[in-house]
Design a protein around this ligand. Structure first.
Ligand code: ADP
Ligand code: ASP
Ligand code: MG
Length: 453
């Protein structure tokens, strides 16, 4: 393997389906071998493993049920181990990870302790990175399985930790940078460690964010997100067959898409890319020859409509106080409470005596717990109405606020649906509609037809 100039460093991230089994891992290994600039590899847990771990961490289960989930995890990981040549050393390390996982899974406090939960969840990425580094070694790549917790420093907000950028940069430069000339580090996405050395996690889908953070800390020029689709599409290809891959996207468009539900990228992925002008590529590890989407600062085109996203499981909260008309500071009070719980609000509308806003609410998530605490606090000084079963559909584009007719085409396309809330004008890249969850597939499909087909 040749040495590289470190000014052309690439970080490559492989998602769950890309490291789901031995054959999938082999595709990824070849992608890495074909690009000598790739010296940092970030992997997710093998497909299905994090979901099983989340079940164990969040659901009250009998010991037998937990053991059954552990068997499922072990089966996924052993299927990969068994395909490896010279697997003894790896087998020993995998056994030890499975042993600590079993201890945590059967720990009496697991459902009640946020830090134990994160330790438990970290095992998915720790196992997949161990196995994947062995696959790379098998094709003569000088790979080293690296514990990202030595570098990826976060606060102690378990389940939704915030990265500490300066500490990450200092640690990455000290521990990783000197070895990059001749080593490919294979490390874990999604996990980190706090100041006390406790394991933390960045939130579901966080491995994309890890890759971008490491790219930033190490001064990489590109970051590749290898997944199960050949790029970012005009909308989720699972919603309509008419969706098509986009050759390019701007940082702003991609950030908007990720924030508003395009699961292909974790919402925070674009932050480091934007700060350091790192080009981000999205492509399929199964079909790398098909190319993918390049996300860059300046695109060749700036179309009014670029893509449509959908975010499921939204709740709409209406807070109402008869005193609002005269009570200055009501909005401030409401948003202070929301900020205290670190929730982000997407849509907001106000009327004379009430304010309505939406919150994300994925079941069994840290966010769901925060929502509950927030609503309780709000109800101490105003009437709170919570409505659920909504999805948020967003059209992402450019200069939407300043071109005539942009919203008309959108509203014409969804004329037959009930729009519970609309948000438009706060930024040039987005028009969002809150619609009944049962109608959101049709809303996206109609919009796609009107705007892209
Ligand atoms: P990984 O495990 O590789 O991180 P994810 O499942 O998190 O993969 O993300 C890939 C999935 O994102 C795709 O299979 C697709 O269904 C979904 N997706 C949602 N919106 C889009 C979009 N606009 N373009 C491409 N994929 C999208
Ligand atoms: N394994 C984690 C998850 O499933 C992180 C990731 O895949 O990005 O959420
Ligand atoms: Mg993902």
């Amino acid at each position: 393997m040749s040495n590289i100039e470190l000014n052309s460093l690439n970080v490559a991230k492989f998602g769950g389906t890309s490291v789901a089994n031995f054959a999938a891992m082999q595709n990824c290994a070849n992608i890495i071998k074909n690009n000598p600039n790739t010296r940092v590899v970030v992997v997710s847990a093998s497909a299905g493993v994090t979901n099983l771990l989340v079940d164990i961490a969040h659901t009250a289960m009998s010991k037998d049920q937990i053991k059954q989930k552990l068997v499922e995890i072990k089966t996924i990981q052993y299927a990969i181990l068994n395909e490896l040549a010279n697997s003894e050393e790896v087998a020993e390390k995998l056994e030890s990870l499975l042993a600590s996982l079993t201890d945590l899974a059967l720990h009496e406090e697991i459902i009640h302790s946020a830090d134990l939960k994160d330790s438990l969840l970290s095992h998915g990425e720790r196992m997949s990175s161990l196995l994947f580094s062995a696959v790379l070694k098998q094709i003569d790549v000088n790979a080293e399985n690296f514990d990202v917790r030595n570098v990826l420093k976060t606060d102690s907000e378990f389940g939704k930790a915030t990265p500490q950028l300066e500490a990450i940069k200092a640690a990455a430069e000290q521990i990783m940078l000197p070895s990059l000339v001749n080593t490919v580090f294979v490390t874990q996405g999604f996990i980190g460690s706090d100041e006390q050395g406790n394991t933390t996690t960045l939130g579901r889908g966080g491995s994309d964010f890890t890759a971008a953070l490491l790219a930033e800390a190490l001064g990489a020029i590109s970051c590749e997100i290898w997944t199960d689709v050949i790029g970012v599409y005009t909308t989720d290809p699972r919603i309509t067959d008419a969706a098509r891959p986009l050759p390019e996207l701007s940082f702003e468009e991609a950030a908007e898409m990720a924030t508003f539900g395009a699961k292909v990228l974790h919402p925070a992925t674009m932050e480091p890319a934007l700060r350091q002008d790192i080009k981000v590529f999205v492509g399929s590890s199964r079909e790398p020859e098909k190319g993918g989407t390049w996300i860059v600062r300046d695109c060749e085109t700036e179309p009014a409509y670029r893509a449509i996203t959908r975010r499921k499981e939204q709740v709409m909260v209406t807070v109402k106080t008869p005193k609002m008309m005269y009570a200055q500071g009501f909005l401030q009070k409401v948003f202070t409470i929301i900020a205290k719980h670190k929730l982000s609000v997407d849509l907001v509308t106000t009327s004379e005596i009430s304010v309505a806003f939406t919150l994300d609410n994925p079941a069994n998530s840290v966010v769901e717990q925060l929502n509950r605490a927030t609503l309780e606090e709000l109800s101490q000084f105003c009437d709170v109405l919570v409505e659920d079963n909504y999805d948020l559909v967003t059209v992402v584009g450019n200069n939407m606020h300043s071109e005539a007719g942009v919203s008309n085409r959108i509203f014409d396309a969804v004329a037959e649906y009930n729009l519970r809330m609309i948000c438009y004008g706060a930024n040039p890249h987005n028009l969002s509609l809150l619609v009944n969850a049962s109608a959101s597939n049709d809303v996206v499909t109609s919009l796609h037809k009107a705007l892209f087909e």
